[in-house]
Design a protein around this ligand. Sequence first.
Ligand SMILES: Nc1ncnc2c1ncn2[C@@H]1O[C@H](COP(=O)(O)OP(=O)(O)OP(=O)(O)O)[C@@H](O)[C@H]1O
Ligand SMILES: [Mg+2]
Length: 239
Amino acid sequence: MSIASVQNLHKTYQLPGGSINVRALRGVDIDFVEGETVAIVGQSGSGKSTLMNLIGCLDRPTSGTYMLGDVDVAQLDDDELSDIRGRRIGFVFQNFNLIAQLSILENLEVPLFYQGCPPKIRRDKAAELAELVGLSDRAHHRPNELSGGQQQRAAIARALINDPLIILADEPTGNLDSATTAEILAIFDELRQRRKTVILVTHEPDVAARCNRTITLRDGVIIEDARNEAAASAPSASN
Ligand SMILES: Nc1ncnc2c1ncn2[C@@H]1O[C@H](COP(=O)(O)OP(=O)(O)OP(=O)(O)O)[C@@H](O)[C@H]1O
Ligand SMILES: [Mg+2]
């Protein structure tokens, strides 16, 4: 089942002064299927983050269409865009972006807090997700008391708390060593088994190899869109 699709997507940035345009995306077509893990790869400046920002409803395309579920994102105003972003998308960042003053559990509750979710439900959901990512015993610690891998696991749990359609991760393992990267990849495998759709940007071939699908960008166009059947058929083989 297609969960999101972009068609003939273009993004042109206008630099200050208006005389120079950067054509960051030049006609991108992708159909995302429920439950797949997609790696977006390509050299620096190829348009990966631009594509992630559009999929994440942080920005609108210059032209082309983006359907998220049954919503035509290009037609939304700013309020509607931020609403759909809060409800349908989970973000994981390279530098975790946890709030230093809050405990791990409180960090997980933040997205629900902004939606006016009652405290008891917030706390229960946060505890459930802390357990999913193996952080129950760290739930009351502050982020700086956790390792990088544990912080990233907390960030993934936070991204899941709204039960989003799509989880977006721009270089989620960029700041982690290889052992810690393996922990994060194991969680992505678990998410795939739970039929979550994960789209990540990576420069690491090992990380891309664990995804079901690899999309390669060059100069704002897709030069390859490849399925990785081995990863698809044996998601937990390396756990
Ligand atoms: N806000 C912006 N304003 C102007 N140009 C931008 C903006 N964001 C990105 N660009 C340009 O668009 C092109 C694509 O950038 P993008 O950040 O999408 O690349 P990337 O593939 O994510 O690169 P990296 O691997 O270095 O993160 C680049 O030429 C970049 O300089
Ligand atoms: Mg980038």
